[in-house]
Design a protein around this ligand. Structure first.
Ligand code: NAP
Ligand code: F7E
Length: 337
């Protein structure tokens, strides 16, 4: 019988790549979606309504990390072999504006889910989406699984709580529970308010004459950026091991926001200094200045390594957004006829 996976956060960037990955592996994939006033399943629609498949590859269930009763019902019904908790209020800047909500979803939501699993399907394997934001004001570089945490945002603090709860369920109840400590990973499906996508979206719209300027915050911050499509494989690999453990997932290379800007605008042959301005509104009360991961354990134990490098990521995201911008311009031109 095929394995069953349940993904919380299936509508997000990672949820969509992980669904594709698991469907290809032959899993029966279930996802938890939230009710919203407009559909937010755009990233998974191609899987949900695959015209070439006689059976629907994905099964979606309404639920929410803040609602333990909905999670219990879904878990009891699905009885998954593997559970991936990707659900979160995942925007760091927003977490300063909605700290309590962020903690409710990202921290309490994780323990609500862990409790529901303990009650309904304790044998299921569990993946927790941890973050390099837990390292915050980094205590050493590069960061590994043993680097001390020093979170610098409500989001980072909430993820530290979820990280330790995951370890505690492993040690207290023998749960097969793993933490991935994932460094920033991006793609053409990245939310448009994260800096990489904000840059590729704006730069390509500027190229097509659809907008004039791009306003950004701190250009000096450095991040270890990888490709989301690569990172979901590491999540899956963690759950295929003999023993549960925690792993850093990263490329081992770091670049500043300014370098990302330059790479995108150079690709489009635009002088970035003419169109990019700094707007302090995008600064954060506390910043994470530098992230750089050491994924040696991931490589040695899981056999995982990233396939897409920085330049390839820039090209992939810029090309995808350029296509969107071209279409947007054509629609505008047709409307003017
Ligand atoms: P994302 O695109 O923001 O997706 C977040 C997902 O969580 C969405 O499906 C969202 O649903 C769902 N969600 C939000 N609140 C929820 C709630 N109350 N109950 C259930 N689901 C809820 O994030 P991502 O980039 O795919 O990241 C996936 C996970 O990895 C997140 O936990 C994030 O914090 C973590 N992470 C991300 C990165 C990265 O660089 N991308 C790095 C490290 C860790 P809606 O569509 O309904 O909003
Ligand atoms: O910011 C700077 C900003 O919002 C990156 C999430 O997926 O990765 C992500 O968190 C850097 C920061 O990602 C703008 O100050 C400058 O230094 O793209 P970001 P993030 O905060 O690193 C981690 C690993 C996660 O876990 C999170 O869920 O870019 N920056 N100007 C800007 N950032 C944004 N968003 N917008 C700007 O205009």
């Amino acid at each position: 019988m095929n394995k069953r996976a349940l993904i919380v956060g299936i509508t997000g960037q990672d949820g969509s790549y992980l669904s594709e990955f698991l469907v290809k592996k032959g899993y029966e994939v279930h996802g938890v979606i939230r009710r919203s006033s407009s559909f937010n399943t755009g990233r998974i629609e191609h899987l949900y309504q695959d015209p070439h498949e006689s059976t629907v590859a994905l099964k979606l269930h309404y639920g929410d990390l803040s609602d333990g009763s909905s999670l219990r019902k879904i878990l009891s019904l699905v009885q998954p072999n593997e559970i991936y908790n990707l659900g979160a209020q995942s925007h760091v800047k927003v977490s300063f504006e909605q700290p309590v909500y962020t903690v409710e979803v990202d921290a309490l939501g994780t323990i609500i889910l862990l409790e529901a699993i303990r009650d309904t399907c304790p044998e299921a394997r569990f993946y927790q989406a941890g973050s390099s934001e837990m390292f915050g004001k980094v205590q050493e570089s590069p960061q590994t699984e043993t680097t001390h945490f020093y979170p610098r945002s409500p989001y980072g603090c909430a993820k530290v709580f979820a990280h330790w709860q995951t370890i505690n369920y492993r040690e207290a109840y023998g749960a097969f529970a793993c933490n991935g400590i994932l460094f920033n990973h991006e793609s053409p499906r990245r939310g448009e308010t994260f800096v990489t996508r904000k840059i590729t979206r704006a730069a390509t719209r500027i190229k097509e004459g659809l907008q004039k300027k791009l306003y950004l915050g701190n250009l000096e911050a450095k991040r270890d950026w990888g490709f989301a499509g690569d990172y979901v494989e590491a999540m899956w690999l963690m759950l295929q091991q003999e023993k549960p453990d925690d792993y850093v997932v990263a490329t081992g290379h770091t670049h500043s926001v300014k370098e990302f800007v330059k790479a995108v605008f150079t690709y489009l042959d635009i002088d970035w200094e003419q169109v990019v301005s700094v707007d302090p509104r995008y600064y954060r009360p506390t910043e994470v200045d530098l992230l750089l991961g050491n994924a040696t354990k991931c490589r040695e134990v899981l056999g995982w390594s990233p396939q897409v490098n920085f330049q390839e990521l820039v090209k992939m995201m810029t090309e995808a957004d350029w296509e969107l911008a071209r279409n947007e311009r054509l629609i505008q031109e047709n409307n003017q006829l």
